[in-house]
Design a protein around this ligand. Structure first.
Ligand code: UD1
Ligand code: UDP
Length: 380
């Protein structure tokens, strides 16, 4: 008879800020389970922005591939992640590799595991725009991971249906999004901001617009349009202040600082640690973003999200009425934002719409399904 192990060895691989924010609550949950031995490998696709998250959650990776280079290309991250993971996977010998979402780290880790015939679990599975160039390269990354994965943790019903359309229906579980779980660790009623820019924001006299924009398909002209629109919005609405933590990508920073640097009532900050970020979000009136994560976080706080993209994989947010697609044209963005700032009924309707991303227990569901899977596979 085969000797059963006492625990399922689960290796979680991630490398960027959003993956870390969404994986850390899950890793904490895996650590609580007697049936699971949890091992963490970060690729270091991001450095400062990743370390900020690990520190807040108090997670020390067992392996750090330290891959980040300034202005890195997709090819270099992919190749280096594959080569480094090829070396460490046999040493770790995991029963399951967990990857998250759609980054270059995630697709590389899934492929590296597949090359060694190690099963892959995909957290935040089933998001689709059906346009492989938007978001680029994330849409293709997540489609490729779906072909490799054995376990699928879909945040919403809509995500599960997307997988069904691709004939993936085995081992698909609707769990909610682990980003909602993260708020348990980060959001506080009495909170002192650490970032010096945030200390200067006047929350009492102004409505706060929180914005982020960094996506590869928005670099160049679309990001210029976004910045010009925000400048106009601030000029036309004397009662608003904008807080914009600017991504560390030089291609983002050059555009943003040249158009929005030194504009009255626009605060450009360094990337915020996730505690500062979630707590400023809780105190904002409106979110403008091309980020995926912020589209899921806004509704939790009852804050309307204006999406600075032409399409979104977060259709449940549009359907629930918590987010609006504004595109990347200056006039369209100004129109959508001004309507929300000036028309109370439109604002209230979005603010009161129901959060479609779950109840904050996604990590528990995922850990439970991994244990069930381990029993079926006869690992434990
Ligand atoms: C990546 C993800 C994207 C995710 C984003 C979150 C891919 C293809 N894209 O894109 O899905 O939305 O992360 O932010 O995986 N940099 C630093 N320090 C950091 C992080 C980045 O200096 O801590 C700079 C570096 O110059 C780096 C550049 O930003 O080369 C771009 O980083 P990269 O991970 O390649 O792309 P993102 O646009 O961040
Ligand atoms: N975030 C953060 N600090 C910032 C900007 C964003 O902690 O300065 C958080 C944000 O709250 C969300 C996540 O980072 O949880 C989103 O990451 P990002 O926009 O980098 O990636 P995306 O979600 O677009 O993949």
């Amino acid at each position: 008879m085969k000797n059963k192990k006492k625990r399922i060895r689960v290796l979680s691989v991630f490398g960027t800020r959003p993956e870390a924010i969404k994986m850390c609550p899950l890793i904490k949950e895996l650590n609580r389970k007697n049936e699971i031995e949890s091992i963490v490998c970060v690729t270091g696709q991001h450095r400062q922005m990743l370390d900020q998250v690990l520190e807040i959650f108090g997670i020390q990776p067992d392996y750090d591939l330290n891959l980040m280079r300034e202005s890195q290309s997709l090819t270099t991250i992919t190749i280096n992640a594959l080569l480094e993971l090829e070396k460490i996977l046999p040493k770790i010998d995991p029963d399951l590799v967990l990857v998250h979402g759609d980054t270059t780290t995630s697709v590389s880790a899934a492929l590296a595991a597949y090359y060694q015939q190690i099963p892959v679990g995909h957290v935040e599975a089933g998001l689709r725009t059906y346009n492989i160039y938007s978001p680029f390269p994330e849409e293709m990354n997540r489609k490729m991971i779906s072909q490799i994965a054995e376990l699928f943790f879909a945040p919403t019903e809509n995500n599960k249906e997307n997988l069904e359309k691709e004939n993936i229906s085995k081992n698909v579980y609707i769990t909610g999004n682990t980003v909602i779980d993260a708020f348990k660790y980060t959001v506080k009623e009495e909170y002192q901001f650490k970032d010096s820019t945030l200390k200067r924001v006047n929350f009492n006299e102004f409505r706060i617009i929180l914005m982020t924009a960094h996506r590869r398909e928005n670099l160049g002209k679309p990001l210029e349009n976004i910045c010009k629109a925000v400048k106009r919005i601030v000029n036309e609405n004397k009662n608003v202040q904008v807080v914009y933590p600017v991504h560390l990508n030089p291609a983002v920073r050059n555009t943003v600082f040249s158009i929005l640097g030194n504009v009255e009532r626009i605060h450009l900050s360094e990337p915020l640690d996730v505690e500062d970020m979630h707590n400023i979000m809780a105190r904002s009136s409106l979110i403008l973003t091309d980020s995926g994560g912020l589209q899921e976080e806004g509704p939790y706080f009852g804050i309307p999200v204006v999406v600075l993209r032409t399409e979104t994989e977060r259709l449940e947010a549009i359907e629930a009425g918590t987010a609006k697609l504004a595109g990347t044209c200056e006039d369209d963005i100004c129109f959508t934002v001004n309507q929300l700032l000036c028309d109370k009924a439109t604002y209230r309707k979005m603010a009161q719409a129901v959060n479609p991303y779950g109840d904050g227990h996604a990590s528990e569901r995922i850990a439970g399904k991994i244990i069930e899977w381990g029993r079926i596979q006869d690992v434990i």
